[in-house]
Design a protein around this ligand. Sequence first.
Ligand SMILES: Cc1ncc(COP(=O)(O)O)c(C=O)c1O
Length: 392
Amino acid sequence: MDIEKVRDLDHQFLFQNYGRQDLCFDHGEKEFLYDLDGRRYIDLVAGIAVNVLGYSHPAIVSTVCEQARRIMHVSNLYLVREQAEAAEALASVCPGPLGVSMFCNSGAEANEAALKLAVKATGRARIVSTRNSFHGRTMIPLSATGQPKYQSGFEPLVSKAFDFIDFNSVEQLKSAITRDTAAFICEPIQGEGGIIAAKEEFFRTARDLCDERGSLFIVDEVQTGIGRTGKWFGFQHLGVVPDIVTLAKALGGGFPIGACLTSRDIAATFKPGAHGTTFGGNPLACAVARTVIETIKAEGLVERSAALGERWSQQLRTLAVGSDVIKEVRGKGLMIGLEMGEDAKRFQERALGEGVLVNVTGGRTVRMVPPLIVSDTSISRTNDVLKDFLDR
Ligand SMILES: Cc1ncc(COP(=O)(O)O)c(C=O)c1O
């Protein structure tokens, strides 16, 4: 099938709820995608921070094939071996008491579970979130998302239980978190908001206030988790351990899975029947998640994300010197944002023409979140494309 045919079918039979680029891929390998005409692209989008092991990683391919042959789905009415093993693997990389997992199918579902859990565990109804945040598209995470462009048309949302403060405002935290607050939910780096990192003082204050006022601290690691920022979790840069952590995206390396992690005590709030999902924690998704974690460990990809991200950011900062196009290079590890204002979209298009995929987040920031296995050669090639764009 050629791209014209795919475009026709898309327009005829699909909701037009995505602003899709006119590109269609046939297959991928490592950090490369190949379109229907066989043209190769360096993929720095990686399914939006999903494909941490790149495309067609042999470990994932063999896990999917073997597991599909054995068992893909079984109900949570029964013990699920692969679910238990994936939870054990997560506990091995998660610090402190956050060793107990509940699985679901997406980031929105993970946040939905986390927020429900916080309300039930504390017996309180109010949630504090940050402006410019993104927590997902189902009604509760959408209600916690501090960006009117995503909420518009869906008001009054779930309830008026959500209070918003400025990201990184310690002062506003102090008045927002009260004895009525069930939870404070926050990303360590706002991804959809434009790659903006939380300050250590902000996270430490949130931790202290939650402890003092009996609220729970939820860190949304859907985009930052599983090695993306050069540590397993983004909060590890910020000197705190939250009460609840949510994951999705990279956890399945391209296979849909989400997770909500917490301590044994908090998890005990959910008695049988309190929450659940048919597909959450199915053997196939969980077998893949375990393979992703083990492969990242075996290939040293968290360390690689830290070292390569640092080196690349330095190179980008050097390129940015003397250019008024790049206002700032932001991010951690292999989660990098180039603040470019109006030029961000133009660079995205130019890079596409040169066979490099990036995307724009927050309207003004070029986002680069490649597979953690991305080669030095692909990074050099990207730098050349950027240099050429800046020179012109
Ligand atoms: C920080 C964060 N939370 C939640 C979500 C929602 O995840 P999903 O699209 O899997 O529902 C996203 C997706 O971009 C995200 O970046």
